[in-house]
Design a protein. Sequence first.
Length: 164
Amino acid sequence: MSTDLQLGAATVTLFGERDALDIALSDELGRRGCGTHSISIPVGWLHTTRYAVLRLETVSGDLALRELTDQDEPASHVVAVCERPANSGDASRIEELCRQCGDHHDVSLIWHAPMGESPVLDTRSGRAPDPADLASTIADEIGLQYDATDTPSFATQTYASPDR
């Protein structure tokens, strides 16, 4: 369930690939009064970014996280989003990288089931995540960070599709 937090005039940089989830996220953030800047090529972390969504299964998102982890300042608010890998070792490496980034930045990791036509579905609802529902969850997390201080932190959660 969305808490529908308003984000004011914040600009959120989306590191992804301009797919259905990125489009839904841009729409949701816009509805909440927020601007977006989409990055779909591997440019690395942009030093002027204060709020970001990093799609870790994309080249641009993965590279941005790796570069941000090596930087102490300026403090940024990041929501890392990733399909949970089937290999638990891969999942542990991603989580550890996000945790290290959280030593200097405000980082939230949201795991989700594969999008689209995949045999691995959300275990709670039995279907793939809806991009608009997942986008709302991501925007809620950005809203929580928007209202928080610049204290470094790390949190993780697993997205579950709402029952319809």
